[in-house]
Every structure is written in C-alpha cells, then in structure tokens.
Design a binder for this molecule. Structure first.
Ligand code: FES
Length: 331
C-alpha cells in the first residue's frame, strides 16, 4: 500500500510512488553479518507513515533495487530502521548494502508498502521469526504492544551471535514476550512448534527463510490452524530477474527507463517516479497488471492465462521482462 502523503520535509517528488531521498543517520552491526540502518529525512522532519509489516524498496546502486522490511515502532515518524543480512548468494543487493552504505550518505528508497499487515481483530498473536525474518515482526511487536494485544515473539537463530537486535529486544517494553531459540543452545530453549502453536485461536505471523516458513505453515495446517489466520512474509529480496537489459517506455508518464538484469520493470519505473501499484510482487495477484502498447513481454507471472499471455495485451511488471528490445506500456 502506498501512503498518500505530501510532506514538505521530504526532498524530491512527493507523488505517491515517487522515490524518497533519505540520509543514513546511523549504521550499526546488530549481529554477525547483519547491519541495521537508521534512515531519516535529509533535512530532518517527518517521513511518510508506515504500518507494521511494511517494507521499502532501497536503491542499492543505479539499476539495482532490493526490498527490506521496516523494523522500528510504526508510531515513530522521524526515522525508518532496516536490518540487512549479508547473503552469501547475493548478486549485489545485500552485499552492496554492507559494502557501500555509510553513515551520512543520502540514498533513495520507495515509500513504505505493506504486503504483511496485522489483522485488525483482537485475537492474540504468535510471531515466528527465522533469522533476519525478525525485522517485520519487531514492528508488529511494537504495534501489538501499543494496542494491548497479547502476543509472543519467537526468534529462532543458528547461534547467539546471529540473533539480530538481541540487546534491543531484551531492553524493549515487550521483552517479557520474547523467546529466543538457538539451534546450538541447550535443548530446553530449542524451538518447539507444539508449544508455539498451542493456541490455534490466535493469528500466526511467520517470516524467515523458505524452509522455515514451509516448516511452520505445514505444522500449523497439521494442527488445524485455519489458513486465514496464518500470515506469511516471504523474502523477495533476491527474486531472480535474469535476462538481457531492455528499454521500457511508460507512455502516459512520459518516462523511459533501462531495465538491467537484476531489476524488475516495476522497480525501474517506480525509481523513475512512475506509480506502479504492487502487492504480491510475485506475479500472482494481478495488482500491477498494465496494458502493453508496443513490444513483446516475456511473461513470468501466474496471474494471466496462457491465452491472455499469448495475446500480449497486458503484462505484470513486478516479475515479467521483455522479449523485444523495447516495451511501451500504458503507465
Ligand atoms: Fe502481484 Fe504483480 S504485484 S502480480
């Protein structure tokens, strides 16, 4: 969801979907291979609001954008905080953040969007974080604490040095609701799905590596948790965007961008100020569907039927690329 905000404190274009300039006010190591970045408006003042579970696109370098969840208290308006794990398989995203981002630097981000919102009813919540999956769940913990909804936050990590934000969570107002589980710790503190999922009346929120999510969601289904109360955030930071570079023209916006390998059409257009509504960012929901005026898309979505794809009248810019050197979209 893109907030409708026009804030004079923010540098640059204030259209919804337009990128924001932010300054890295603080960079700190919060665990092995994990840095936290605090982002503020370059001249101070308020940033556009965000909800627990939201993420932002971060321009790591020209043509390379990655998504990171916001982990701070959503009631804070003066900063965004991110946690970024250095991924050994990184093709430039997290590695670029770790190598290049420094305090004082001004970077570009997208406005917060939320594909992982909290339910609005007052059922208790179980938050399950695998590794760096703690980031959106930290924001959720702040929000649940603020509204008085009971919750337990389970933080699973391989070892103590990989528990992100450990000191901060231990000092938080909701420290009594946090349980840390280490793969190499004593048996008594190990993560138990039976204990974590004991209350099937609750909402379950899961974020972490795919294997962790599969383990938890299969366990929830087996224990009778209804699917509508199991909420999942997949890491999408390193979704492969493999293929040759091409040019995209957003005809209505009068914008032309190059889409290099590693960047999606939607990321390139959003970075150039074109408003592309996004939701799943995996080619499933159809939120981003745009008419194609010229050129041939390389359809990579699950949303359109084979017949619709063959007609080449629409494409999903969140994941699809181009077979032709140039695409003209009605965007
Ligand atoms: Fe869901 Fe593109 S955002 S299909």
């Amino acid at each position: 969801m893109t907030p409708e905000v026009s804030d004079p404190a923010i540098d640059g274009d204030a259209r919804p979907g337009a990128p924001l300039d932010v300054r890295i006010a603080r960079r700190e190591d919060v665990a092995t291979d994990i840095v936290a970045l605090e982002l503020v408006a370059p001249q101070g003042g308020e940033l556009p609001p965000f909800e627990a579970g939201a993420h932002v696109d971060v321009v790591v370098e020209p043509g390379l954008m990655r998504q990171y969840s916001l982990c701070n208290d959503p009631r804070e308006r003066h900063r965004y905080r991110l946690g970024v794990l250095r991924d050994p398989a990184s093709r430039g995203g997290s590695e670029g953040v770790h190598r290049r981002f420094a305090e004082g630097q001004v970077i570009q981000i997208g406005r917060p969007r939320n594909n992982f919102p909290l339910a609005t009813d007052d059922r208790p919540a179980v938050l399950l974080a695998g590794g760096i999956g703690i980031t959106p769940l930290m924001a959720m913990a702040h929000a649940l604490q603020a509204r008085g909804t009971p919750f337990v936050l389970h933080q699973c990590a391989r070892s103590a040095d990989r528990v992100a934000f450990a000191a901060e969570l231990a000092a938080s107002a909701f420290a009594g609701s946090v349980r840390v589980h280490l793969d190499d710790g004593p048996p008594a503190q190990r993560f138990s799905l039976d204990e974590a999922l004991a209350d099937s009346n609750a909402h379950l929120y899961v974020c972490g590596p795919e294997g962790f999510i599969d383990f938890v969601t299969a366990g929830a289904a087996a224990r009778g948790w209804p699917a509508e109360r199991v909420h999942v955030e997949h890491f999408k930071a390193e979704v492969p965007q493999v293929g040759a570079a091409f040019t995209v023209v957003a005809a209505r916006s009068g914008v032309t961008v190059e889409v290099p390998e590693g960047t999606s059409v939607a990321q390139a257009l959003i970075a150039a100020g074109v408003d592309i509504p996004l939701s799943c960012e995996q080619g499933i929901c159809g939120t981003c569907l745009v008419p194609v005026l010229q050129g041939t898309p390389d359809h990579r979505d699950e949303y359109q039927t084979d017949e619709e794809k063959a007609a080449n009248t629409h494409m999903t810019p969140c994941c699809s690329r181009a077979c032709s050197a140039r695409l003209v979209l009605d965007a």
